[in-house]
Design a protein around this ligand. Structure first.
Ligand code: NAD
Length: 487
């Protein structure tokens, strides 16, 4: 595997590493704005061949029925990823702008470790269940439930946590017996292309895993509408998720969606307010706020609003956006100039809506290169402001006042999204009661961590459909068949 500079990655189709029919496109270091190298650019014919290969591998191969082979291949892929983890770390910091410290967790090493869960689940899974003999309508019948793979899965992924999202789809999809066409975001092609380079060295049969990098979003649209694709597993923005769902409707595909969020961090009136606000500010700055489940609305008691704003601003103004390769950096760049400009337009909107900045508000003065944004605390707005309702995907925290527990729950749930949330209280029972009322897929109570291979992750409302990770995540990639045999 080549080092970071001057790499030129290939497509991985039908077991072969090949150049792209549309040539190549550059991948850029968001911390320096330098071109790192190139990725193969798939054209429609490449994508067509990838779908065809996945279809053939599913329909004619042993893949779907040979659990032992699948488990072996996933463990081989995991071993190869571990062997190359330092190169992967360098690529992840360079291509994603991911801070080094996050690569020890969800940005790289966590999802590699989590492949074990997919393999272990497939190994231990009860593929057939005997419901016993009954006599429905007077006919004596043995009923058996059989779980089997959905078929060809198109995995379409974003750039913010590429390994986590690519592997949390590929791992369970393959373990369940599906074949896959992976289409990563145009901003992070290498993080996906490497999987092809490593998969080529395993026993994975040709066509079982295909990877098409492309700078054209039409590749994703093609996968979403192709009749040979049985299921689309999509992570990205809610707007694109809607397009994927609509495109899949024509052939009634199974559509699995992990979308955006605008999660709330609720501080109840008995909580350690400065500590809770510091944690909220720290979390909102991590990876420059580019996490779908980050709590970007800090909801605090009205009587202590100014104190909360000051505590959050004290933490956030101490976090300097910087070089992601440095061990102490927690806030690197955002992914692109386009994303930086989008974040800036929301910061301008906050002022236009009557808000103020308690810290930050623009580009850091000491960074003339790279797509950096200052960690920013927005104050003085309520939950009706657009910056409190729309996903910004930058290091931006909006502080909102609440008038007691019921009002805090109302504000948290007053969102088109329902991905995640946090509750802080000195009384664990009170916090638990609030957690029970939140219309979201994951809740952190007093600093608890829900991110784990065995914990399903996903959203209510417009944050998505279905769950990734955990046994529930594995079962998203399965069909259920009932066989009734007259006895
Ligand atoms: P995006 O929606 O722009 O793109 C995601 C992927 O979809 C990319 O691979 C893109 O090429 C592809 N795509 C674009 N148009 C398409 C179309 N019409 N049909 C099919 N595919 C298409 O998202 P992004 O900007 O790359 O990522 C940021 C977004 O992802 C944020 O909204 C964030 O909240 C969300 N996200 C959600 C989760 C989650 O698990 N809920 C995790 C990470 C990111």
């Amino acid at each position: 595997m080549a080092i970071v500079a001057d790499r030129a990655s290939d497509l991985f189709i039908d077991g072969e590493l090949i150049p792209g029919g549309a040539g190549s496109f550059p991948t850029v270091n968001p911390a320096t704005e330098e071109v790192l190298g190139t990725a193969a650019n798939a054209d429609a014919a490449d994508t067509d061949r990838a779908i065809d290969a996945a279809r053939r591998a599913f329909d004619s191969g042993e893949w779907a029925s040979d659990t032992e082979l699948r488990v072996r291949c996933i463990r081989q892929l995991q071993a190869a990823l571990r062997e190359h983890v330092e190169e992967l770390r360098d690529i992840t910091m360079a291509e994603v702008g991911a801070p080094r410290m996050l690569t020890a967790a969800a940005q790289l090493e966590g999802p590699i470790a989590d492949l074990s869960f997919a393999a272990d689940t497939a190994e231990a899974y009860q593929w057939r269940t005997d419901l016993g003999v009954a006599a429905p309508m007077g006919i004596k019948t043995r009923r058996t439930l059989v779980r089997e793979a959905v078929g060809v899965v198109a995995a379409i992924t974003p750039w913010n946590f590429p390994h986590q999202i690519n592997l949390a789809k590929i791992g369970p999809a393959l373990a369940a017996g599906n074949t896959v066409v992976l289409k990563p975001a145009p901003d992070t092609p290498w993080c996906a292309a490497i999987l092809g380079e490593l998969a080529a060295q395993t026993d994975l049969p040709p066509g079982v895993l295909n990877i098409v990098t492309s700078d054209d979003h039409a590749t994703g649209a093609m996968l979403s509408s192709d009749p040979r694709v049985d299921m689309v597993s999509f992570t990205g923005s809610t707007a694109t998720g809607r397009a994927v769902m609509a495109a899949g409707a024509a052939t009634v595909k199974k559509v699995f969606l992990e979308l955006g969020g605008k999660s709330a961090f609720l501080v109840l009136d008995d909580a350690d307010l400065p500590a809770a606000c510091a944690m909220a500010a720290f979390t909102a700055s991590m990876h420059a706020g580019q996490g779908c489940a980050i709590t970007t609305r800090l909801v605090v008691p009205r009587s202590r609003y100014d104190e909360a704003v000051a505590a959050a601003a004290a933490t956030m103004s101490g976090i300097k956006p910087g070089d992601p390769t440095k061990p102490g950096t927690i806030c690197g760049p955002v992914i692109s100039a386009r994303q930086r400009d989008r974040v800036q337009s929301y910061l301008d909107l906050a002022i236009a809506e009557g808000g103020t900045f308690a810290c930050g508000g623009g580009r850091p003065a000491d960074r003339d290169r790279g797509f950096f944004v200052e960690p920013t605390v927005i104050a003085g707005l309520d939950n009706t402001a657009r910056v409190a309702r729309e996903e910004i995907f930058g290091p931006v925290l909006t502080v909102i006042a609440h008038d007691g527990d019921d009002d805090a729950v109302r504000i948290a749930n007053d969102s088109p999204y329902g991905l995640s949330g946090t509750v802080f209280s000195a009384d664990p029972e009170r916090a638990q009661a609030i957690a029970n009322r939140l219309r979201v897929g994951t809740v952190n109570v007093n600093g608890g961590v829900w991110y784990s291979a065995d914990v399903p992750f996903g959203g209510y409302k417009q944050s998505g459909v279905g769950r990734e990770m955990g046994v529930a995540g594995f079962e998203e990639y399965l069909e259920l068949k009932a066989i009734a045999t007259a006895v």
